[in-house]
Design a protein around this ligand. Structure first.
Ligand SMILES: Nc1nc2c(ncn2[C@@H]2O[C@H](COP(=O)(O)OP(=O)(O)OP(=O)(O)O)[C@@H](O)[C@H]2O)c(=O)[nH]1
Length: 351
């Protein structure tokens, strides 16, 4: 058997004995190496589909393909290698002994291998130190090249992951911005109805609906502002109202434009006086602004109009429709009484 295998040694082209760097990629033994390995090692048959070792197995054996083909599968998305006659694998088992295999080795066809164990390494060295030193250098270079290839692939994968992460972050950022836009009233920058609904939903989920007051705010005779001064002036009046509301909201409070010339304010307040304090501040500021002489504007262009306000305390056990109905009763009264005022509505009277 040994003689048969030795006869399969590669026949070099004249003057083509491989150099250290030229043949590392192919892992093929030179003719002299093959003959030495065949002399020291044992012949071993292998059969199509046979697993010689698996990734992670501790191995002390190196193989040289005499006949047939072997596939090395490194797992994950690493490229498998296919080895043919006179190519070797598992050399770290031979060189360092108990070595965890980095690939599954499976025979692709019936064939023959030369098998060398760790204990036989010294015999190889003693038989031909020069040849084995050459083989060793190639084996080390092969390990280094494999390692460099692996590092390159890991770097590339790292970069791919990094850019995937970057684009994910950008998408998340765009999504946040879009959500912000969807929740915001374009003209005033306050929350719109959708934003208010989301806010109330979040608060209810967090059990944070207690100790709140609601103030509904509606512009008085706003249609007249539009009719007399035009839509743009009307827009500016709405923006002025929004600015006043923005100036009173604190952390956790919310100012919202419900639509048209109607606004609301949801504020932290434990009692009637606290809620009315916010509402009074709004009417006082509005009246103050109406007193400011406006020499720079041609005609009598208003910066703001008077407001009607309806206020109440929020019952955490009921919902927005109930609170709105309650505050709206007060607002309706404020309108009926001529506007430019704040009215209060208690819960039991509203019911
Ligand atoms: N400029 C401007 N006007 C708007 C906007 N949205 C709604 N309006 C106008 O707001 C006006 C609201 O009119 P009404 O609901 O009759 O209210 P009002 O004139 O203030 O009457 P009272 O509330 O009874 O004092 C309508 O003329 C709408 O066209 C907007 O975004 N910009």
């Amino acid at each position: 058997m040994k003689r048969d295998i030795a006869a399969l040694a590669p026949r070099p082209e004249p003057g083509s004995e491989p150099t250290v760097t030229a043949d590392v990629a192919t892992a093929a033994l030179t003719r002299s190496e093959y003959e030495l390995f065949a002399r020291v090692g044992r012949a071993r048959r292998c059969y199509a589909g046979e697993t010689l070792f698996r990734r992670g197995d501790l191995g002390t054996t190196m193989y040289v393909v005499a006949r047939g083909a072997i596939e090395l599968d490194f797992g994950d998305d690493l490229i498998s290698k296919r080895l043919g006659p006179s190519e070797f694998f598992g050399e770290l088992g031979l060189l360092i002994g108990d070595h965890a295999r980095s690939a599954d080795a499976v025979a692709l066809a019936d064939g023959e291998l030369i098998e060398l164990r760790h204990e036989e390494f010294q015999r190889l060295v003693d038989s031909d130190p020069g040849l084995i030193s050459h083989f060793l250098r190639r084996a080390i270079m092969r390990v280094v090249l494999n390692e460099q290839g692996l590092i390159r692939r890991l770097r590339r994968r790292n970069q791919d992951l990094q850019s995937a992460l970057d684009s994910l972050r950008a998408t998340a950022h765009q999504l946040n911005q879009t959500e912000e836009l969807i929740r915001t009233d374009e003209l005033t920058g306050l929350y719109n109805r959708r934003g208010l609904a989301q806010h109330l939903h979040d608060r209810r989920r967090n059990g944070a609906l207690g100790g709140l007051g609601l103030v509904l705010i509606d512009c008085d005779r706003f249609k007249q502002v539009n009719d007399e001064h035009g839509h743009l002036v009307g827009d500016r009046v709405l923006q002025s109202v929004a600015s006043i509301l923005r100036s009173v909201v604190g952390d956790g409070d919310i100012a919202c434009r419900l639509g048209g010339d109607e606004f609301c304010l949801l504020v932290k307040a434990d009692n009637r006086e606290a809620v009315l304090g916010f509402a009074d501040f709004i009417t006082t500021t509005t009246r103050g602004l109406l007193q400011v002489p406006r020499h720079s504007e041609p005609g009598d262009v208003p910066l703001i109009c008077t407001l009607s306000l309806g206020a109440c305390l929020v019952d955490a056990d009921s919902d927005w429709n109930d609170w709105y109905a309650q505050a709206d009763m007060a607002l309706y009264r404020a309108k009926r009484l001529g506007g430019n005022r704040v009215e209060w509505q208690d819960a039991h009277v509203a019911a």
